[in-house]
Design a protein around this ligand. Sequence first.
Ligand code: FES
Length: 90
Amino acid sequence: MARDVRFESTTPIKFDPNLKPGDVPPAPNVFPWPRDAQGNLKVLSICACGLSAKFPICDGGHKACRDTEEPGHVYRYDPITKAVIDKRAE
Ligand code: FES
């Protein structure tokens, strides 16, 4: 099983642990590393399925493909509804 995912960015997304909440990032692709209420760095889950609406951060969108895709097929999903819009043999 696999997924066709469209990427349009030509730059990396960066999480800077030196940025504090409220800091102005130096570029649009730079974000502060998430912190807990005490200011400690939090575990960051990176999307590996390609379906997150908050890519590259996992937002739980992987539940649309987990345990549903058949081996030997490539899937394409609607980016909004997460419904399968195409399925074909690999
Ligand atoms: S791994 Fe992609 S949304 Fe969670």
